[in-house]
Design a binder for this molecule. Sequence first.
Ligand code: FEO
Length: 162
Amino acid sequence: MISETLQKAMNAQVTKEFYASQLYLAMSAHFEAVNLRGFAHWMRVQSDEERGHALRFFDYVLERGGSAELGAVDAPPAEFGAPIEIFKEALGHEQKVTASINAIYALALKENDYAAQAFLQWFVSEQVEEEANATEMIDRLHMAGDNSAALLMLDSEVKARA
Ligand code: FEO
């Protein structure tokens, strides 16, 4: 059985992951609107991943005999800036998620909950990848600068993201 404290933290994480899913979906809609379909696809894939993360926590709480209490998910912003600003926002968001995962991990350590630590390990590794992916996009957008052709080439390339 999971502790009340861990259950509360994991339920809160479900809401955070759903918010991330909403945020990236809103970013995807923005990119669609400005005809940057590759970036829109990248964000759409990211949004789906976040929903998967939310459900992993949701399922885990239930598996440990806890109760899944779903919280309200805030609305994401409706307006966005230049592509590089959007990816910087995504990275900033991932850094917050990393801090949140680490805080839950610290809780699992404090409680000597070895099963929860094993479960959370996947997320610790996943966050390294998430931050690296966003950083790569920022670096490449930085290289493209004001060059529209380079921007369109990058957009076209990320269409292939699985
Ligand atoms: Fe679910 Fe992007 O962290």
